[in-house]
Ligand binder design. Structure first.
Ligand SMILES: O=P(O)(O)OC[C@H]1O[C@](O)(COP(=O)(O)O)[C@@H](O)[C@@H]1O
Ligand SMILES: [Mg+2]
Ligand SMILES: [Mg+2]
Length: 336
């Protein structure tokens, strides 16, 4: 009997029951995240009506102009997660330092890193945006976690997920037992399992990269993308299509659904900062999901989940998706 049609809460609780050492804390935390994402989905959908579009008069720690919804989504996540007793501390793209749990609330055994609104350059043009999260264990006995307690490799993640606020609102997540997708049924306000055991095809004829950065790319990426563009007129045995949504959540969801390769590589324009996308709340959670769905995720030189973090907002080059194409591009890096 297929699981399709189950609510996400039922799915989470059944996964918990299947794990004899589970205490229910992770299920509780996932329930809190689900409620926060429902709220953000609601606000994103009404942003034009309630004046939440456009920029706030502020910049985040990365010097980026913040959208009003970047800040509001961050506040929704913090407000939904701070009081429930499942977390020891949080980290967000929009907040420079570690977010401590107020003393009046009980603390839990998990740490969370999140990107409250991903793809925010799309918010005012009504294209897909999302929320990304990564859950780690707080080291035993640590009451007031600091930066060093978050500096865990992606392989240490307990759970990772993202929501896409698009034509429909989807929740995609893994706890290390495959990847499952849930669609928000707005009538009942429930996420329903609609995409069980998502799997990425090993081959693809679809690449995604911001072509406007071409002149800044390193040789391996120049070579790979040129070959894709040339297709059968070059040395590739097939023609390729291109996509760029300017929203990592939309790109990764497309790849989970029909395969593809997504690249935000290092280039001479962003070399100093180490890349564009952030390791702890973009690259690591997406890499956990991609690998759990049979794909591959690399910096070009290293498996992203093996990168040792040293800062909560550090950036990394990202190449992820269908196994055979990512491995081809990694090989080009080794040859260069
Ligand atoms: O503006 P560019 O170069 O196309 O970059 C788009 C990329 O930047 C991001 O929007 C960065 O994420 P945020 O919107 O959370 O800052 C990714 O979602 C997307 O893949
Ligand atoms: Mg982002
Ligand atoms: Mg963001």
């Amino acid at each position: 009997m297929s699981d399709t049609g189950k609510s996400v809460i039922q799915f989470i609780v059944e996964e918990q029951r299947a794990n004899p050492s589970a205490t229910g804390d992770l299920s509780g935390l996932l329930g809190d995240i689900v409620s926060a994402c429902k709220k953000i989905s609601h606000l994103v959908g009404r942003s034009g009506i309630i004046g939440l579009g456009g920029y706030a008069e502020s910049k985040n720690v990365q010097g980026e102009d913040q959208k009003k919804l970047d800040i509001i989504s961050n506040d929704v996540m913090v407000d939904h997660l701070k009081w429930t007793g499942h977390l020891a501390a949080m980290a967000s793209e929009e907040i420079e330092d570690i977010i401590q749990i107020p003393a009046k609330f009980p603390k839990g055994k998990y740490l969370i890193c999140f990107d409250p609104l991903d793809g925010s350059s799309n918010i005012d043009i009504n294209l897909s945006v999302g929320t990304i999260f990564s859950i780690l264990r707080c080291p035993q006995g640590v009451k007031n976690p600091t930066l060093k307690h978050f500096m865990q490799k992606g392989t240490e993640q307990v759970c990772a997920g993202f929501c896409v606020y698009g034509p429909s609102t989807m929740l995609i997540m893994t706890t290390g037992h495959g990847v499952n997708g849930f669609t928000l049924d707005r009538d009942v306000g429930e996420f329903i399992l609609t995409h069980p055991n998502m799997n990425i095809p090993k081959d693809t004829a679809e690449f995604a990269i911001n072509m406007s950065n071409q002149r800044f790319w390193e040789e391996p990426v120049q070579r790979y993308v040129n070959e894709c563009v040339k297709g059968t007129e070059g040395n590739r045995e097939k023609n390729f299509n291109m996509r760029w949504n300017a929203s990592m959540v939309a790109e990764v969801y497309r790849i989970l659904t029909r395969g593809g390769i997504f690249m935000y590589p290092i280039d001479s324009k962003i070399a100093k900062q180490g890349g564009k996308l952030r390791l702890m709340y973009e690259a690591n959670p997406m890499s956990f999901i991609i690998e759990q769905a049979g794909g591959v995720s690399s910096t070009g030189h290293e498996r992203i989940l093996d990168v040792q973090p040293d800062d909560i907002h550090q950036r990394v080059p990202v190449i992820l998706g269908s196994k055979n194409e990512v491995e081809r591009l990694v090989k080009y890096h080794q040859q260069s």
